[in-house]
Design a protein around this ligand. Structure first.
Ligand code: UGA
Length: 432
């Protein structure tokens, strides 16, 4: 199969690399010439474990190519994946301009029959709009089928997820087109669910909304646990053993971030409003999450009163471990509040520092180790559960900090351990 991929963001690049790895001939397209030049040298524009190695391997095998010229890639493709961004508009709805531009570009470039597959997360009805756009501008002798094939990979474990996903969803109007896409994916050995276009689009939003709901739910239970003297770790384990609930996505913390949950939950709320069925449950999920993102700061204020003039160490900047992605990272919300209160902040992150610098500049200091960030600090905030942070011995806090007061948003340590080290330790959903 000759496959072209429009967009080399997270989804596009990982999809391209993995499809090449299972034997297809893949050309990844991006308008950003600088990015294409880098990728053509085997350099990944994002930090994702295993991605660069797999990229190089498939480039060497001549299965994976990069180009800034869409016409060149689309003209000979049997299948074209759309994997461009669908950023959030001011009103929370998904901005479809990049998807629509890609559809127009495809229509103007193709010379043979082609299947267009949407990987981008798009509101229900978008694939029909893509079809309409392409039909309007394509050559009359070319047949185009549209397939919705939403993505379920997680940043930080994107390669693993692509090869070990729970299901592959294929939505199509035309069964033959669905079968071609199923065949392309066959080597992954993952169960395939076939459905119509609108249901496939809805599956993606419903999945992310449900996972976000689980997180806000457990965070609210954690907040109640604190008030009633229960322990969230035991409570989450206890409910997770019920197979109807399941043990996953029950880690209480500082709310969900990243490029997907915040954007997709808002887009679904917007969509539900448009069809006159306001999704009230999801509105609450978002509200709870906005509160939870700054809960460590609120706790610090409760303990200290004024934070003015204090020195804080922020451990972890990325929205989750194993990624350098800073989009909607809770660290940003916490740091902004600390800075507004006159706190001096030194942050450590093993990978995301450069991306954080682009957002925060010299308003904070950056450390190259947790020890350096903690040196002389009055307060420590544990924000991202990187291995380098989770495995930090508590003695380091005791040795390095001026006053060992820790606010842990990821429940990294046992309460009695913290006590043994003489640390004042405040975590989530457990007694202070
Ligand atoms: C999420 C979904 O998990 C993927 O299935 C989906 O494909 C992706 O969005 C997307 O739509 O593209 P991702 O945002 O990369 O993936 O990362 P997750 O591991 O889901 O974490 C999202 C956020 O939830 C993080 O901020 C994480 O810290 C938080 N989280 C997750 C919790 O607070 N508690 C948990 O138990 C799990």
């Amino acid at each position: 199969m000759n496959i072209a991929i429009a967009g080399t963001g997270y989804v596009g690049l990982v999809t391209g690399v993995c499809l090449a790895h299972i034997g297809h001939h893949v050309t990844c397209v991006d308008k950003d010439k600088e990015k294409i030049a880098k990728m053509s040298q085997g350099i990944s524009p994002i930090y994702e474990p295993g991605l660069e190695e797999l990229m190089k391997e498939n480039m060497d095998a001549k299965r994976l190519h990069f180009t800034a010229n869409p016409k060149e890639a689309y003209a000979n493709a049997n299948v074209i994946y759309i994997a461009v961004g669908t950023p959030e508009r001011e009103d929370g709805s998904a901005d479809l301009q990049y998807v629509e531009d890609a559809a127009r570009e495809i229509a103007r470039s193709i010379a043979n029959d082609v299947i267009v597959v949407t990987k981008s997360t798009v509101p229900v009805g978008t694939n029909e709009r893509i079809k309409h756009i392409i039909e309007m501008e394509k050559p009359p002798y070319v047949r185009v089928d549209i397939v919705s094939n939403p993505e379920f990979l997680r940043e930080g474990s994107a390669i693993y997820d692509t090869f070990h996903g729970d299901r592959i969803v294929i939505g199509a109007e035309n069964e033959e087109a669905a079968n071609v896409i199923a065949k392309i994916n066959e080597p992954f050995g993952i169960p395939i669910i076939k459905t119509d276009l609108r249901s496939a689009e809805m599956i993606k939003y419903a999945a992310n909304a449900f996972l976000a709901t689980k997180i806000s739910f457990i965070n609210e239970i954690a907040n109640i646990c604190e008030k009633v003297g229960a322990n969230i770790d035991d409570v989450a384990y206890g409910i997770g053993q019920d197979h109807r609930i399941g043990p996953h996505f029950l880690r209480a913390g500082i709310g969900y971030g990243g490029s997907c949950f915040p954007k997709d939950t808002k887009a679904l709320v917007q969509l539900s409003g448009n069809v006159d069925h306001p999704f009230e449950l999801l509105q609450s999920v978002i509200k709870v999450n906005n509160r939870q993102r700054v809960i460590l700061y609120e706790k610090a204020k409760q303990v200290c009163g004024s934070l003015y003039g204090k020195k804080a160490a922020v451990l972890g900047l990325a929205f989750k471990p194993n990624t350098d992605d800073m989009r909607e990272a809770p660290s940003l919300a916490i740091i902004e509040r600390l800075l507004a209160d006159g706190v001096r902040v030194t942050a450590y992150d093993p990978v995301a520092t450069e991306k954080a610098k682009a957002l925060l500049g010299d308003r904070i200091d950056y450390a190259s180790s947790p020890e350096e960030a903690l040196a002389g600090a009055d307060l420590a905030f544990i924000v991202t559960e990187w291995k380098q942070i989770v495995e930090l011995p508590l003695s380091v806090f005791a040795q390095q900090m001026a006053t060992p007061l820790i606010f842990d948003g990821r429940n990294c340590y046992a309460l009695d351990e913290a006590e043994k080290h003489g640390l004042q330790y405040v975590s989530i959903g457990r007694r202070a």
